[in-house]
Write a protein that binds this ligand. Structure first.
Ligand SMILES: Nc1ncnc2c1ncn2[C@@H]1O[C@H](COP(=O)(O)OP(=O)(O)OP(=O)(O)O)[C@@H](O)[C@H]1O
Ligand SMILES: [Mg+2]
Length: 172
């Protein structure tokens, strides 16, 4: 069974205010073990360090102390080892405005990790995208759509749409 473990992880940020600086301990000596396939919720009040912990787990931030182990082995901090690690551990970002690029089709957004990691041929990507869409209950034609909600939320008089209009209700 695969495990992802955090061992005695702490994270300090140095806060500067003019000439003065102080240390803020965002994460204090956290240890836990996750098992692949199980769901774990990290609950805590605002500012308690949840996002910092997630960033450390993703290796987007370095811990001040402590270590991360995948299947009992310390994970690499750079190079190929880090790329391999990122094949196993992925962030699901919660803010759609930051995650969804309205210039890209949904198919391109879903396929982006394959392109970034150079996985599979370009020709087989639409099939992989369709599999994922079907897994979340969306028909394959959604792959061609763009994420227009944020562009339309203020009801612009002239919404610029680079794709075909199927019916008048489509632009409302
Ligand atoms: N890059 C940074 N530099 C300085 N301080 C930071 C940085 N990132 C986070 N902090 C501080 O670390 C503490 C933990 O922040 P974090 O964002 O991890 O909390 P959180 O539990 O995710 O909060 P929320 O529920 O509001 O998202 C906070 O005091 C925050 O201000
Ligand atoms: Mg947070």
């Amino acid at each position: 069974m695969s495990t992802l473990e955090m061992r005695n992880v702490s994270k300090d940020y140095r806060l500067r205010d003019g000439r003065n600086s102080r240390i803020l301990r965002a994460v204090n000596n956290v240890s836990f073990t996750l098992e692949a396939g199980k769901t774990v919720a990290l609950v805590g009040q605002s500012g308690s360090g949840k996002s910092t912990l997630a960033k450390i787990l993703l290796q987007l931030e370095r811990p001040t102390s402590g270590e991360i182990l995948l299947d009992g082995k310390a994970v690499a901090r750079h190079g190929r080892g880090l790329r391999d690690y990122r094949n196993s551990v992925q962030m699901v970002f919660q803010d759609p405005f930051a995650s969804l690029n309205p210039r890209m089709t949904i198919g391109d957004i879903v396929a982006a990790p394959l392109a970034i990691h150079g996985e599979g041929s370009v020709a087989e990507r639409p099939k992989r995208v369709n599999e994922m869409l079907s897994l979340v209950g969306l028909p394959a034609r959604f792959a061609e759509r763009r994420t227009r909600c944020n562009a339309c939320i203020r009801h612009p008089r002239y919404p610029c749409r680079p794709w075909s209009v199927r019916s008048p209700s489509d632009v409302r």
